[in-house]
Design a protein. Sequence first.
Length: 708
Amino acid sequence: MRTRPTPGTRGRRLRPRTAVAGLAAALVGASVLLPVASAPASDPDVAAAPGLTLSLPAPAADASPATTADDRRAQATGATGATGAAATGTAAPAGPAPAPREASPAGTDRDADDPDGTRPGHVDAPATTTQPLRSDDTAPDPAAGGTGEAEAPAGDRTRPTAPGVVTGTLVRVWAEQHVEPGGTAVHAADDGRGTGPDEAGARLQSWVETPGTAYPVPPTDVVGVADGSTVTVDLAAPPATGAPHPVRRLLEVAAAQQVEGAVTFGEGSTDVFGIASAAVVHDVTVVLAVPRGAQADSATPDQVAASVTGGVNTYWTRQSRSQRSVRVVAKHGWQTLGNDCSDAFKLWDEVAAKVGWTGGARKHLLVYLPSDAGCGAGLGTVGAGPDSGGRSWVSINSVSIIAHELGHNFGLGHSDGLLCTGSSDGTWTGNAWQSGCAGLGYRDYYDVMGVSWSNLGSLAAPHADALGLLRSTEQLVTAEPVRVHLAPASGDGLRVLRVDDPDGVYYVEYRPAAGWDAWLSDNYKGLDAGVIVHRRDPKDARKALLLDGSLSAGPREEDWRSALAPGTSLTTASGTTRIAVESQDETGATLVVHRDGRGPEPVQPPEGGAQVEIRTPEVAAAATGPAVFRGVATAPEGTLLWEVTEDGVTRASGTAATGVNGEFDTFWVPVQLPAGDYTFRAWVPDESDGEGDVDRALLEDEVSVSRL
């Protein structure tokens, strides 16, 4: 059994040793949630430690050339471009819009969690739920000429028929239309094309939002334009009443403005010495509102505010390791509206005007709507970055739904699942998944950005990485064979392995039924504890895909076991990478990554009887990213202590898992270091509280720092 001493719990006296030189180096999209009902809940004195010294070069200035509007149009979602003035009609045409595809009939696809054959949009909600969307609320496919929203009632605003050139913010919206039998809010799947209907009726919608009007546009006409970008477009008249406006020309794209000092979405941690940046607080204004044609229910502002300051704040504070929290700065009672929820932008604008709310960095408008308004369980704008702020509504006072919608405001997409016949992974061809594979929306019950139900576990690693919540000491990034020990996802230390594969980016984490994931020991869906693998969605980097590591026989849509068991492995779709689980217990899991048929080098014990040997190879000075220290060791409890010093001052410290009780194994210590000269030391803690046996402390070799 391996235990992990906490750095700083014991006094440390380090004898000087010779160290060796080395080198280291307001999009706004929205996603609707549907009604949720109650589901079964399961709601150091140490021996002297020689080390190694390294020098890090200062970063070079960015000399990237400016990109043209056409270049920006070709960039993937999330890319940034130079801001420019609105172009005139002389800009080159962006080309004709792709031909629309035929939409699948609403409600005709079998739900992945619908063993009784109940169809989406036709599920009878139990008495404990709120009203689900009407069967005729299924959103038509924008690519097939639909509006991408529910039909507006008589008297609602009509769309302009010939907008011409307009400038506004690109908004993407997912409209889900599904309720799981039993009332849990299961959202929807992705058809793999990103624009058409999925297996439960969801559609991707796109809008250009101007100060006065939101214009629906076909998603295929704005492919590659980053969320939250300011766009100048020439819009044609819709081909039919209520249809989106085709984009005749994409004239200019300006990247979404980032909040000064904020984390950039998708760029990972910005920590220094493994210490996260200053904590930030997000301000939430709570408003209860009655849309046109609805009636207020019994909810009070205090009740909704309590959910935010209670469970929602607790969740995001924990998942960010206290770097992100939310608070209620204002709450308002029932406001009677002249708009219904068929136009989210008009509803939000009216509410904001009534209570005097203005948007901005880390500012959120949370509107509670009564269940009889037929607005679904929730909807939230997707921020251009983690600190953009945003708007949302909910019609159930649920911690999980509010936490989910705030996740959208932070910039996150959904946590979906990928099921493939006979394999755990599939190939994305550029416009569809390979035959035999299907993307299933919200299938990731482990994550808050998947289904909204009674259990809130650890935030999925791809999402934590995208928000910059994984410190450099908590994630190892590799494209080579490695053998590594991961701590539990809800614990401390190295807890995420990111594997860069030719076919995509994969995240591996270990979730035992303990800590924030204790609910895995007893949950009615049958989700299992263990090592789980996510893949960054190849068509939308804001989304995550849970891969099925169990490959059980039978109807896999009804099997919710996804963890890789010890002794099993998962091979990526490229066939290049194999991720194997060697062992696991309550303290962590041991993983082995094979690349091109090669495994990591066999573990060789240090010479001379040492307990620890640093084996960090030399690399070029231009390398970037965290410095990664590695070696082999053994310790009485399988845990090393380590520290990085600069001119005798400790800059970073922590623990690293390694071999136990005489059995040698690898250890890895990634840590972000700025330019400078540093010494890295690793040693075995003396369990008797003495200084330890110096002769067994560390074997010194010529080593330097690697970056992976």
